[in-house]
Each structure stands twice: as structure tokens, then as C-alpha cells.
Design a protein around this ligand. Structure first.
Ligand SMILES: [Zn+2]
Length: 146
């Protein structure tokens, strides 16, 4: 009596949350350049075409949430500074090494991620810090979801 070997599904369909395009990828992976976006408890998969715009949209609320966190540490002389994504975090904004640790801790609480002091130090601008938070959240979401 012959038994055919049991074949486990080795690839799965993913559909883009925005344009509904479908692509197959190996289990536990997304198709190349597709993104898993995690934001405020919701998770969406977006294709490579939609990813750039979706990422920009996902960064906006992170930047918005960073403003009060970072503003609390900005020196009074810099008060009222327009904190755009290109603003340099650790020199231009007058944030010192102790502030940097405190900001990283507040970001950890606010966004539910872990940021090392070295990682925070590598984020040179407000935009870099938002990107770091974005990447960390998505990493956490990918390991939980796919
Ligand atoms: Zn798409």
C-alpha cells in the first residue's frame, strides 16, 4: 500500500490592502518589497506599488505623536522651532544624551516597542526616529501576524 507524502502548503496568497492585487510568497514571508503596516492595533499588507505612499501615510501619525514627546526636551531657546522630519534631533534641537535616553523610553511606552540607546543615537533627525519606530512596529507585527 502506497502512502503519498503529506505536502504542507509552502506558499500562501497575500492581497494588497489598498489595490487588492494578489501575490504568492513562501509561508512566513511577504512578496518582495511588500510591506506589513502596523498602526494603532490595525495591520494591513500593502504591495510594492502601494508601499511608498502607504509608508508616508503611516509615518505621519508617528511624527505627530513625536512632537509632544520631543518638545518636552527642547531647550527654551529653541522653543517654537518648527519640528519637521529634517530637524536634527540631538544637536539642533538642543537635546542631550540624558534627554535622548528619556525620549527613547517615552517612545517605547508610547509605541510599544524597544529602542536601545545606540539605535536612538543613530537616528539623526526627527524623521529618522519616526522611521525607526515605524520599522520596529512593523517588525513586531510581522513576527506576530504572518
Ligand atoms: Zn497595492
Amino acid at each position: 500500500m502506497m502512502h503519498s507524502p503529506v505536502r504542507l502548503p509552502d506558499s500562501v496568497d497575500h492581497d494588497c490592502h489598498l489595490c487588492l492585487r494578489v501575490a504568492r510568497a513562501p509561508a512566513k514571508q511577504l512578496p518582495a518589497d511588500w510591506l506589513l503596516l502596523a498602526s494603532e492595533g490595525a495591520i494591513a499588507i500593502v504591495c510594492d506599488d502601494c508601499a511608498p505612499a502607504a509608508k508616508t501615510a503611516a509615518l505621519a501619525p508617528i511624527l505627530y505623536a513625536l512632537v509632544p514627546i520631543i518638545s518636552a526636551y527642547v531647550s527654551p531657546a529653541e522653543d517654537g522651532l518648527n519640528m519637521d522630519p529634517q530637524s536634527r534631533l540631538w544637536d539642533h534641537l538642543g537635546v542631550d544624551a540624558i534627554d535622548r535616553v528619556a525620549i527613547a523610553l517615552e517612545c517605547e511606552d508610547r509605541f510599544g516597542i524597544a529602542i536601545s540607546d545606540a539605535e536612538a543615537g543613530q537616528a539623526e533627525t526627527v524623521g529618522d526616529l519616526a522611521e525607526l519606530i515605524f520599522a520596529k512596529r512593523n517588525l513586531a507585527a510581522v513576527s506576530a501576524e504572518i
